[in-house]
Design a protein around this ligand. Sequence first.
Ligand code: ADP
Ligand code: MG
Length: 553
Amino acid sequence: EAAPQTCSFEADVSKLLHLMVHSVYSDKEVFLRELISNAADACEKLRYEGVSDPRLLGDDAQPRITIMLDPEARRLAIEDNGIGMSQPEMAEALGTIARSGTRAFMERIAEAKDAEGAQLIGQFGVGFYSAFMVADQVEVASRRAGADEAALWSSDGLGTYTIGPIDPAQAPARGTRVVLHLKEEAAGYTEGFRIEQVVKAQSGHVPVPIFLREQPDAETRQIADGAALWTRPKADITAEEYKDCYRSLAGQFDAPALTLHYRAEGLHEYSVLAFVPETKPFDLFDPDRAGRMKLYFRRVFITDEAQILPRYLRFVRGLVDSADLPLNVSREMIQQSPVLTAIQKGVTNRVLSELEKLAANDPGAYDQIWANFGAVLKEGLYEDFARRESLLGLARFKTSASGDEQRSLKEYVGALKENQTAIYYATGADLDRLASSPQLEGFRARGIEVLLLTDQIDSFWVTAGLDFEGKPFKSVTQGAADLSLIPLPDGQSRTGDAPEDVTRFIEFVKTTLRDAVSDVRASDRLIESPVCLVAADQGIDRQLEKLLAGAGR
Ligand code: ADP
Ligand code: MG
């Protein structure tokens, strides 16, 4: 047997550990959720691999997670009979930061003040390393399914860890045991009733049964049954249970703003449990951010990389459990399966129609969802042409007339002025500046509402040639938006050619500026300001121009 080696953590892990060790975060019990979720993931990975290689399951096919307490020794252990880790896998998994979520957390924490930083721990869920909030020594003994050898990882969280082979008798017969030597102030986590309470609240819905042994010589009893919530009839499930399920599934601490639970029957049979979160996740615009829908086959977890929902619905959390996916194919092949294609289509349509329903029945709740995720949903306007009507119907906008409210396009189109044939918009980075822009004067004077678009994404979809109820989108900065056809109220109208002095002035400006401008014109659009700069009729929108310039074009 080789002697254990001492290794240094990757620099980012050291930083993260420093944070955990010195954490003042009060809800330290999230460590338990993180370790249980790892154990459950490991059981699900084994269930999946066991389908094609039943030998991995041996005579121990029932997945389980056991929490073992030893109050006297101030020790808490979590053991699973899942997939386990080989020594190299363990060095990789417990010495580096692989998750993009944890990386994003590190970036946020670097900017945050101390007190905020502590709050972030709970919001992000920082994985395995959270054990060091409550323990000053952690040991992980593991044996990979099908392997003869076992390995032990051990660390005090202060910069280095040791790793090496151990006598397999010291490790679980299959799977992983994580032993926490608790800090003095964390001794409470050896109390059985407390652990039971925390597990039920945080992890009651993990799809693996959880057992508890309160003393080294005590009986082991079951404290959570591992029954998948989504297989139960909707009428029997309380809002509280849905919330708990969302929390353990998403690793979030907020509540769902919208819950979808249904069973699709017909050509393909599958169950869907999906949630729209109440708060905005930190990594929504991280380029690596992928969808968060898990794919199951008859309660066996298959993958969370099946991209069940399009990118513009990446904020939706949940799962699809299919009854008829071809299971004996690789994860890569699943992507090409016509069953998956049908599921993707069905679930996407259903999410959008549920959002429509909510918008109709509870506009206040819907507006909050739009405020959080509208900028993401708008990506669909140019990515998913087939569903653009439904997406335009869901869109809400601040306008020159909406004040603090948001307006739908239906409301906008319902309030068109005489002769108004387009939906006017202005794009810019800042709402207040946009609202007071001279570009809007002519519109305001005529009582024409203008959409005020301040999301980056807005400059892109408006150029996609969309229309709503036959009305095209038109930028206020694009040439002389045809205001002359729309009457000014109470005889403010200025008709006929520009007076002679204006014509002379225009000539003067033209000869002075020459090639710097393509045209100088008198216009109906200004009421108080003497001049404004606009893009040419066929030219590129000014805000998009700025964006592209910023992107180094
Ligand atoms: P995440 O679970 O999001 O991947 P964690 O920090 O919680 O991140 O865990 C890091 C990695 O360690 C996991 O991805 C997994 O590979 C490995 N791991 C942790 N706990 C276990 C376990 N009980 N069984 C098998 N692998 C585990
Ligand atoms: Mg984890």
